[in-house]
Design a protein around this ligand. Sequence first.
Ligand SMILES: Nc1ncnc2c1ncn2[C@@H]1O[C@H](COP(=O)(O)OP(=O)(O)O)[C@@H](O)[C@H]1O
Ligand SMILES: [Mg+2]
Length: 474
Amino acid sequence: MSRFTITRRWLVNNLGVISAMLFAVVIGGILFVRSYYYSAARQYLTSRMNMVSSILQRSYNDPSTSFSSEIRSVAVNWSEKDKTEIMVVGNRENIALTSSGFIPSEDLDEMADYAQAVSNGANGYYTGRISTGEHIMAVCVLLPDNDSGYSAIRLVSSLEAVDRHIAAIAVILAVICLAVLLMMILSGSYFVRSIVIPVRQIGSTARRYAMGDFSVRITKKNDDEIGELCDIVNHMASELALAESMKNEFISSVSHELRTPLTAIKGWAETIGSMPEDAETVAKGMRVISSESDRLSRMVEELLDFSRMQNGRFTLEKKTMDILAELGDAVLIYAEKARSEGIEIIYDEPDMLPFVYGDKNRIRQVFINVIDNAIKYSDKGGTVTVRALMADADNIEIDIADTGCGISPQDLPKVKTKFYKANHTRRGSGIGLAVADEIIAMHGGSLDIYSEQGKGTTVTIKLPIEKKNDNAKN
Ligand SMILES: Nc1ncnc2c1ncn2[C@@H]1O[C@H](COP(=O)(O)OP(=O)(O)O)[C@@H](O)[C@H]1O
Ligand SMILES: [Mg+2]
């Protein structure tokens, strides 16, 4: 229903107005040309008439000539018979004499010029059709009162040729306007199509995106606003496709992460069940079950935190805390795992650092996430160096550097994005850094990653130290 509104709007607003204007120009042009030609014709008739009048006036004033024979001679010898005709009106309001020699049976009532001359006692003018249908122009001058037998003299000219001329000009004018209109329609419809067609294409492509098909792309035709829109929509589709694949990847890796400890727990539970008397196996099994359950609950906790963050229901329990204690804990938790994987953790714990006002469990979780990554993305023989120092007077800096696989420059800006994994060879949900970054941001700090592919990665966490009024805020 709303399919053609731009075209229709253009037709009405633009073309409608222009057509009306062109129509006005044609009508105005015709009227102007007509009045110009008619006034030129009238001027011509009037000048001829003045000439005739002055000849007759001279004869009238000269008593040696016969006024009536002078009138006849003027009419009969009229030199411009091809253009105009002289008609002499007799005393009985009849046409008494014409320059063509032909006396029309014209009713004097039709001679409005004569009537006008009689009514104002001097001269008259008339344009119109006579009974034969011919279009004429006539001027009339009354003759001085005398006994010549003639009362007035008329000069009549046919307007047919002038009218044909005007009609030809009107046709030319109309053709020019039609051509202009046609050009407007062509260029306008090209312009409208250049908008409407890509917009429709964008619309149908967007509908496919809405149905989950992100494979189509719009071909950009011009480097204009529409082209830019195409680029934006294409970029949006790429981002949506990436988000979609990241989400799918996330689901599969989380399922995998959950299944691995569950398999271990179930396996050990069955082993213990089948040989409850073997105290050593039972003890070892129980250890595995306990540590795998810890891993499971950590992961579920992380997922819950993540979902709380998405909903905006993630809260901190801030207290005055010792950052070194949490960092030491996190290093300790991973010491065993690092040793078993042949990775050395170097940590020179400084004696003292100022306190931080924050949520110690969350901060420890951040350290665990980052150290976990450092070990996970390092190979046997690598080292993880942990340092804690004052960055400046107000901030503590914790650096966790590894000699692992590193992150490519293309991936580096995105690794803090939820679900984003640059490296699919190691297990993980891809939300660890997203959660860690959010937690640090909520403490007014910053988490920055510096990495060189193949050489290693350094994560630098900066946290502001506790200020005097931090406690009062709570
Ligand atoms: N220390 C590191 N060395 C190399 N790559 C890392 C390191 N830390 C993070 N990454 C990259 O950043 C991505 C996101 O990390 P993270 O959010 O913790 O997800 P996960 O650990 O579940 O993969 C990882 O998939 C990995 O590609
Ligand atoms: Mg991680």
